[in-house]
Write a protein of this length. Structure first.
Length: 757
């Protein structure tokens, strides 16, 4: 196929997943890329940029020129730079929330914002009722794309009505299908040893949403009339399901077939098949069945393949099926209704002429979906995007200078965290990088470490270590709880002897923070179950505590808890009482020159405005938000020196009217300040606070009073502080966790914030 002589397109880059990764997006991206490359072989160079969900990646073909790391936001920036300097004329992006890192796949926005060529985005999921973050991400994807491709008519309407996309920006292009002949199923059945059988087929990566149990439940009625029927289920278990649940679903299907007496009529082909193998399976099928359980599926590649091959199809009425199977091209049955499915299948098996008429209608319709025609339609979309982009694009170079893009964050390194963690929990101190057993353990550090473990799981970082680490730290906290006092013990020696019956007030508050984080953020009910019992028993005790920082730690934990359990009246009442106490303190101590809660600045100072900001947003109460912002602004000015972060020193702190201690500077101060600044950014949307969080984080990396990095990139640990003339070379738990938690909070923020430059 010749390119339009007026075209200026020479290089097209396809961004998405790519074979041999085992997923539907990878298959689609590969097929589309190869279809365009084949159709325009003389004039266009196609290259691919896949997203890896493993550190090792995949054995990609030469077409792949650059690989993105799903969870590493910096790789998206590097990919944008790669595309910009390699004279790519059009980017064809495959969008699906789950294949990109960040909240609702927001990492892809980092790439899109920095591209200087037109983008044509194919939307594989368009939700009718998106979550707020999903709505925000897709709206920005649409804004940053020159054209959007949807594979269903309903998708066009959703884009216009729900996401506000102008109709002239939308292209409707069918899901591509292989160009295969109209085949007699009996000609192919001997390949699978089912000659003489009537073959029912379902295929695709196996998961519970596929509804295979509905078909198996229908088989007894079908087999009673047609004992020659065999049902073939083709496809490996979805990799994410396999990782999290194993083969539980497949085994349940096998048990169901045994129970219903149809095990001899069911065949599982448990592998990820090539397109050539898949075509052979489709050709051997008499009836194809898609028994999906949810109507909200805008596109189904498996259904498109079978329509293109001219198969008789019976399906549940999910969105794409309603469109493709209209006008007699297939039959529909209600979700989970095995009796209705059996009736439809029996009707087609009993009436061969009806089945063949359905097949013919499907095959003729599918002629418009074959890959060569789809490739031509995509090229027309590319051309239109290119023409529009040349008229509207800025002439500015898209690879931004340092002052126009956020600084790169260090790679996460957990070596020292693991070094300080043993079978009991987190060891609190180290001599240089060697754990100091003589100092034993404390609950403060195990609480911090538990928060880090939950954040690792949320960001899907740590190479699967998050559950192991979180379980260990939570076990320590559970063992520390003293039911007689309803308080947590704090210090334990290396021989596992508790050194007190109750810990400090602040350790109680910090532990409640950690337990609230488990309750609000963890996806594991087993962790939440343990945390719930401890939180419920310990939370009332916070009202008897006099430490404002303990109140603030507890308030942050309370708001983490309320993410999931906002209706808990007792916890809400405790939250309100603690907030009132902080307000009273603030009004009692504040003056125009001293906008603070106490008559001194000591340690973890920023946690107090942080708690106020959370209360102001969640209660809600604008007066509390104002207190939080005013006090945090004042603290920011107090801890600024030559435009870098310079926290209040622990060697004397800062008493009102006295002299401020400049040293020793502690890493926990940097974490508290960065975390509070991120909360202020979430409250206000003011980029000042985001920049303040990043500026504070740079204290760890050497932008401090001594110009020396506290973070040790070789060990993955953090030095214990700044003395007047040198850093403290010991790398204990508190400092290392402060660095890691700050890094993770910044990464979580990057996952959810819009472009700020």
């Amino acid at each position: 196929m010749k390119k339009n002589s007026s075209s200026t397109i020479n290089r097209v880059a396809f961004v998405g997943n790519y074979l041999p990764r085992k997923c539907g997006i990878a298959t689609f991206t590969t097929d589309l890329c190869e279809a365009v490359a084949t159709a325009y072989a003389d004039t266009i160079t196609c290259l691919a940029l896949p997203v890896n969900d493993t550190e090792t990646g995949y054995s990609y073909p030469p077409r792949v020129r650059f690989e993105l790391s799903e969870k590493d936001i910096e790789s998206y920036r590097r990919a944008a730079d790669f595309l910009n300097i390699n004279n790519v004329d059009v980017v064809c992006l495959q969008h699906e929330y789950g294949i990109y890192g960040g909240a609702a796949g927001s990492h892809i926005l980092t790439l899109l914002r920095e591209l200087r060529m037109p983008v044509v985005t194919t939307l594989h999921t368009i939700l009718e009722k998106p979550l707020p973050e999903q709505l925000q991400v897709l709206k920005e994807v649409a804004a940053l794309s020159d054209r959007l491709v949807t594979m269903s008519r309903r998708g066009v309407e959703f884009l216009k009505d729900i996401y506000g996309v102008p109709p002239e920006k939308i292209d409707f292009i069918h899901h591509g299908v292989p160009d295969v002949p109209f085949a007699d199923p009996n000609f192919h059945k001997d390949l699978f040893g089912v000659e003489g059988k009537k073959v029912l087929l379902s295929f695709g990566l196996l998961s519970a949403s596929k509804g295979i149990e509905t078909v198996i439940s229908a088989l007894p009625a079908i087999v009673a009339r047609h004992p020659e029927v065999v049902y073939i289920v083709v496809g490996a278990t979805h990799p994410n399901v396999l990782k999290n649940e194993g083969e539980q679903y497949r085994l349940s299907l096998q048990r169901l077939a045994q129970k219903l007496g149809v095990a001899g009529n069911v065949i599982f082909h448990n592998s990820f098949v090539t397109i050539e193998e898949l075509i052979e399976f489709i050709n051997a099928a008499d009836i194809y069945i898609t028994p999906y359980l949810n109507a909200a599926q805008i596109t189904s590649g498996t259904l498109a393949y079978t329509i293109g091959a001219g198969k008789a199809v019976v399906s549940t009425p999910y969105w794409h099926a309603e469109e493709l199977l209209a006008d007699g091209r297939g039959a529909l049955f209600p979700f989970r209704d095995s009796a209705a499915l059996a009736e439809q299948v029996l009707d087609l098996l009993d009436h061969e002429s009806k089945r063949h008429a359905m097949r013919k209608k499907a095959y003729l319709f599918g002629r418009e979906m074959i890959w060569p025609k789809v490739a031509q339609q995509y090229m027309e979309s590319f051309e239109q995007a290119r023409s529009q982009h040349l008229l509207t694009a800025s002439s500015s170079y898209a690879v931004k200078p340092l002052n126009q893009r956020p600084a790169d964050l260090p790679m996460l390194k957990l070596n020292h965290l693991r070094r300080l963690t043993d079978d009991t929990g987190m060891i609190q101190h180290a001599k240089y990088i060697v754990p100091n057993y003589a100092e034993g353990y404390c609950i403060d550090d195990n609480a911090r470490a538990l928060i880090v473990g939950i954040m690792l799981a949320e960001l899907e970082l740590g190479n699967g270590q998050s559950l192991e680490l979180s379980s260990r730290y939570l076990a320590f906290i559970a063992y520390a709880f003293n039911p007689k006092t309803e308080r947590f013990r704090n210090f334990m020696d290396y021989q596992r002897n508790w050194l007190e019956t109750s810990g400090s007030d602040d350790s109680q508050g910090r532990t409640l923070w950690a337990l609230g984080t488990v309750m609000g953020r963890s996806t594991l009910s087993s962790l939440r179950g343990i945390a719930s019992g401890l939180f419920e028993q310990a939370i009332p005790s916070i009202l008897a505590i006099k430490s404002p920082r303990a109140w603030a730690f507890a308030l942050i934990g309370i708001h983490e808890y309320l993410r999931r359990f906002e209706g808990d009246r007792l916890v809400n009442q405790i939250r309100d009482q603690l907030a009132d106490r902080l307000v009273e303190l603030y009004h009692a101590n504040r003056s125009d020159e001293w906008r603070w809660f106490e008559d001194r600045l000591t340690y973890c100072n920023a946690v107090l405005p942080h708690a106020m900001l959370m209360c102001g947003q969640w209660i809600p109460n604008s007066d509390l938000t104002e207190i939080g912002l005013e006090s945090l602004h004042w603290l920011t000015d107090m801890q600024r020196s030559d435009d870098h972060f310079s926290p209040i020193g622990s060697n004397g702190f800062y008493v009102k009217g006295g002299e401020r201690a400049r040293f020793d500077q502690q890493p926990v101060e940097a974490h508290a300040m960065a975390s509070a600044s991120l909360e202020a950014y979430r409250c206000t949307g003011d980029v000042y606070w985001l920049n303040e969080a990043r500026r504070t984080f740079d204290w760890f990396l050497g932008n401090n009073d001594l110009g020396i990095s506290l973070y040790d990139h070789t060990s993955g640990g953090c030095r214990d502080g700044l003395h007047p003339d040198r850093p403290n070379e010991n790398q204990g738990a508190e400092s290392t966790l402060a660095f890691i938690q700050t890094l993770l909070e910044l990464r979580l923020a990057e996952n959810s914030i819009p472009d700020t430059h």
